[in-house]
Design a protein around this ligand. Structure first.
Ligand SMILES: *[C@@H]1O[C@H](CO)[C@@H](O)[C@H](O)[C@H]1NC(C)=O
Length: 234
C-alpha cells in the first residue's frame, strides 16, 4: 500500500505516455487516485495511544481528548452488557458498545454489540454503512445470513460457538430458530458502524407515499398500515 501511494504521488509529475493526450492522462490519474481513496476508506489511524473524549471541551472541539493524567482504568471498561437490553416486539434486544456509549473506544477503529433473541425472535434486515461485522454465537441456535449486491443470499443455521462475517454495507438478518433464548456478540471494524434497519428506513421515514406505493405495488391503505406500524417511536 505504502509503495503504491508513493508511485501515485509521483504519477502526476511524470510525463504522460507518448500515445496518450495529457488531458486523458490527467483524467486517468484522477480516476486511479479516486479509486485508491475509496478502497482505503476506513476509520483513521490513531495519532496517540488513546483519546478519551473530554467532556468539558468536546462541545467546542469534538475531537479533543481528556488530559491523560486524568484518565483512569474505568475509562477503558464498559459494564453495560452484563445482561440483555430491553426486548422489542420482534423478540430481539441489542446493546451497542460503540464510541457513543463507551467513550474509551474513541479513535480506536472498532466496536461491539450484544444481541439477545427470544425463541423465534428476529433481528430485522439491516446494514452497517461503515463496518464489517463478525458475529459470534455465544448461546443458542441462530439462522443467520446476508445478501450480496447481486441479491444472492448466503444464510445458514449457526450453532453455539460459530462465527459468521457480514461484509461492510451488506444487508443481513438473524432469527432464533432454537427453543431457548439465544445471544450473539458482534464486533465491528469501526468505532461507529452505523445501523440502518430496512423496515423503518423505508416505511418509518418520511419518504413520499407515492414513491413507496409505486416501488412496492402497495395501495395507500396497505402503506398506511405499514407506516403506522414502523413509524419511529422516538
Ligand atoms: C494535565 O494534568 C496535569 C495534572 O493535573 C497538569 O500538570 C498538566 O499541565 C495537564 N496538561 C494539560 C495539557 O492540560
Amino acid at each position: 500500500m505504502q509503495s503504491i501511494h508513493k508511485t501515485l504521488v509521483l504519477l502526476p509529475l511524470s510525463k504522460p505516455p507518448s500515445n496518450m493526450s495529457s488531458r486523458m492522462y490527467a483524467w486517468f490519474v484522477n480516476v486511479v487516485l479516486l479509486s485508491m481513496h475509496l478502497v482505503s476508506a476506513s476509520d483513521s489511524d490513531p495519532l496517540q495511544d488513546y483519546c478519551i473524549p473530554s467532556p468539558e471541551l468536546s462541545s467546542l472541539f469534538p475531537s479533543s481528548c481528556k488530559n491523560s493524567s486524568l484518565v483512569t482504568v474505568d475509562d477503558f471498561v464498559f459494564s453495560g452488557i452484563k445482561s440483555p437490553g430491553d426486548s422489542m416486539k420482534t423478540g430481539f434486544s441489542s446493546i451497542p458498545v460503540s464510541s457513543s456509549t463507551f467513550p474509551g473506544l474513541n479513535t480506536l477503529g472498532m466496536s461491539f454489540v450484544r444481541a439477545d433473541f427470544e425463541p423465534g425472535g428476529i433481528n430485522v434486515p439491516h446494514y452497517h454503512p461503515r463496518a464489517t461485522e463478525v458475529a459470534f454465537v455465544l448461546e443458542g441456535t441462530i439462522y443467520s445470513g446476508f445478501v450480496d449486491s447481486r441479491n444472492r443470499v448466503f444464510a445458514k443455521v449457526l450453532e453455539k460457538g460459530e462465527v459468521m462475517v457480514f461484509p461492510r454495507g451488506l444487508l443481513h438478518f438473524q432469527m432464533n430458530v432454537g427453543d431457548k433464548t439465544a445471544t450473539i456478540l458482534g464486533s465491528f471494524n469501526s468505532q461507529n458502524p452505523g445501523l440502518v434497519k430496512i423496515p423503518s428506513a423505508v416505511f418509518g421515514s418520511d419518504i413520499k407515499e407515492e414513491v413507496l406505493e409505486k416501488a412496492f405495488g402497495l395501495s395507500w391503505k396497505e402503506l398506511a398500515k405499514l407506516r403506522k406500524k414502523l413509524a419511529p417511536t422516538g
